[in-house]
Design a protein around this ligand. Structure first.
Ligand SMILES: Cc1cc2nc3c(=O)[nH]c(=O)nc-3n(C[C@H](O)[C@H](O)[C@H](O)COP(=O)(O)O)c2cc1C
Length: 222
């Protein structure tokens, strides 16, 4: 039975692909590297990780998946963050059951990362204020939707005020959108890392240690 080994998230931000026949410390490099890539995915809209899939548990118990933009990654806190409309179904679903799953695939890196996490919705607190302040006007426009996402409509509808259909709102015009804006902060609990290579795929699993202070890692068969 292979042992699980304690690994840490170091300060080294460079992503290094591990060699074959990896040593124990290479699990640490893999963990460090995957968080560095997630951070890059939040910062770079051309990165394969920039638009991951966020899965929730529907209020009827069935899984629900959707694309979201990766807004922020804080490796030290194990946080992966996106923004959403507070009226969207995913907010109700997370309120019902905070367990979520993320799926990331970066074809340029041949790297899949799956994360099990626990989510919290921030609406009218410092965290949400910070997210709103970081959001460009082009992103804030979505939150001016007069009707809740998912509402029935008679014909295809952009669900935006007529005056801003073809442009970004001004700062003042964007302000009413703040009431609909939410930050979804998810805290990673387990990670499945899969690196594809023609000479053999590599896969590792990481779980948060029981006291929450670090990660345990182990190699698993791809
Ligand atoms: C490329 C892309 C990026 C998206 N980014 C977001 C996002 O950052 N936040 C969000 O709430 N919805 C985003 N959406 C829309 C969601 O996929 C989804 O349709 C919407 O949030 C409603 O989901 P829900 O009813 O499950 O809550 C995005 C969709 C696409 C195709």
């Amino acid at each position: 039975m292979p042992r699980s080994r304690r690994v840490g998230v170091g300060a080294e931000p460079r992503f290094r692909l591990p060699a074959r026949n990896m040593l124990d410390e290479q699990l640490g490099q893999v963990l460090q590297g995957l968080w560095a890539e997630l951070s890059r995915g939040a910062a770079d809209r051309h990165h394969g990780f920039h638009v991951p899939t966020l899965c929730t548990i529907g209020c009827d118990g069935a899984p629900v998946a959707r694309s979201v933009v990766l807004r922020r990654v804080i490796a030290e806190a194990c946080e992966i963050v996106c923004h959403t409309d507070v009226r969207s179904d995913k907010v109700a679903e997370i309120g019902h059951d905070p367990r979520v799953a993320w799926h990331f695939y970066a074809p340029e890196l041949k790297l899949q990362v799956r994360v099990s996490a626990v989510a919290a919705i921030h609406t009218f607190d410092a965290r949400a204020d910070e997210g709103w302040a970081r959001s460009p006007l082009s992103s804030r426009r979505c939150y001016l939707a007069p009707r809740a996402p998912g509402s029935a409509c008679d014909a295809p509808s952009p669900n935006l005020p007529a005056g801003i259909l073809d442009r970004r709102p001004t700062e003042d015009e964007s302000a009413p959108g703040r009431a609909n804006f939410a930050v979804v902060v998810t805290r990673a609990m387990a990670i499945d890392w899969l690196f594809l290579a023609s000479e053999g795929h590599q896969r590792a699993r990481f779980t948060r240690s029981a006291d929450g202070s670090g990660w345990d890692g182990s190699w698993i068969e791809p």
